[in-house]
Design a protein around this ligand. Structure first.
Ligand code: MRU
Length: 369
């Protein structure tokens, strides 16, 4: 079979790129979190402001901001913006802590699977609870610094993950990826797709097969958009075509992000990921999971302990269609994530290094210091 031809538009240098646009930022006025509304892509690149707890919750729940690291950065800034508001209202430090605890719990309930959400909110709240002797105005300044630190650490970690991931690729390799773990999901280069951008920026070209990623089409709407805009050769495929492109010999590596990694190496990522890993094992293709150490859940021994988010059946039946594609009474099962068994993962690439099996040892060693 003939490989799909490179799309000449992929090298159109005049195309706008999102690679250097922050998917999440603090407004210059500091009274809002500004995000790219990812649900509007690829047709419109628009920013929206988040100021109220409900706007923040909805933006995360509705996937206007999504991707584990971006959700973490966003929730850190959300916590800060709310802290700024509450510092004006709170009658005492204890009252402030109680209000912020409510906000933390509310935001944390928006999506259960990506551990970065809880991680960032807990990190922010720890600053609040550990400064009982600080006046509220100074405490709010400390919270701003913490939220900005989460953001800049995220950009740095994604560059390092991308560098390490790119070292596993050869010029001319075909890489299959699933969902979106590029700049929109992570800030900076990204994780699962970061090596593709990094390799491209450093003179190594890869051919990417992007799974469309049913049902919310992150691969079609976001990944192919980001790669195309960056001038990287990308071919969009339906999820059920992955086996064929592997069989054809067009894929030398699979790279995906992750939302929560258990200490035995089982990794939750977008629904469909574990199927890709099973196919990759069948065809003898290395399968890499990429994510920051903040995505490794030290309280989670195995994938069985990961809570999988179930979403609205309408995402399958109606969301993308002019008319429903199933009878209203038809039952749907719509888990947002699945867990890839650690036995199927060739390596887990973090900003602290490349972990290989046995993961119970290599992941634990990341936290030794
Ligand atoms: O439901 P989403 O779109 O937030 O799911 C995102 C994914 O599964 C990504 O692959 C994962 O968050 C890694 S992003 C760096």
């Amino acid at each position: 079979m003939t490989q799909p031809q490179s799309n000449p538009a992929a090298t159109d240098a005049a195309s706008p790129t999102v690679v250097n646009v922050d998917a999440v930022e603090l407004a210059p006025s500091k009274d809002a979190v500004v995000i790219i509304d990812q649900t509007l892509l690829p047709n419109r690149l628009e920013h929206i402001d988040l100021q109220t707890p409900k706007q923040m919750y909805d933006a995360i729940f509705q996937l206007k901001v999504r991707g584990a690291p971006a959700i973490g950065v966003c929730s850190g800034y959300c916590y800060y913006v709310l802290a700024r508001q509450e510092a004006q209202q709170a009658s005492s430090y204890q009252d402030f802590v109680a209000r912020m605890q409510q906000h933390r719990d509310y935001l944390n309930s928006s999506r259960p699977t990506a551990v970065n959400l809880q991680w960032a909110l807990d990190r922010m709240h720890a600053v609040t609870t550990s400064h009982s002797d600080t006046n509220l105005s100074d405490l709010v300044d400390l919270l701003e610094a913490e939220a900005r630190a989460i953001h800049s650490e995220d950009v740095a970690m994604s560059e390092e993950i991308s560098r390490l991931g790119a070292s596993l690729l050869h010029d001319g390799d075909g890489v299959l990826t699933h969902c979106n773990a590029g700049p929109l999901a992570c800030l900076g280069y990204g994780t699962g797709q970061g090596p593709l951008f990094y390799a491209h920026d450093h003179g190594k070209e890869v051919h990417v097969f992007a799974d469309e990623t049913r049902p919310l089409l992150q691969g079609a709407r976001l990944t192919s958009y980001e790669l195309q805009r960056a001038g990287i050769d990308v071919t969009l495929i339906c999820d059920n075509m992955a086996s064929l492109v592997m069989k054809n010999g067009w894929v030398q590596a699979c790279m995906v992000g992750c939302d929560r990694v258990a200490m035995n190496g089982d990794a939750a990522n977008k629904i469909g990921t574990s199927g890709v890993a099973i196919l990759a094992a069948h065809y003898g293709i290395p399968f890499y999971v990429l994510g920051p150490t903040s995505t490794i859940d030290r309280n989670c021994p195995t994938g069985d302990d990961i809570h999988i988010e179930l979403r609205d059946p309408d995402e399958i039946k109606t969301m993308w269609y002019a008319e429903p594609k199933a009878l209203p009474e038809v039952k749907c099962y719509n888990p947002a994530f699945d867990v890839t068994d650690h036995n199927l993962i060739t390596a887990i690439i973090t900003e602290k290094g490349i972990c290989r099996p046995p993961y119970t040892q290599s992941l634990a060693a990341l936290f030794d210091d």
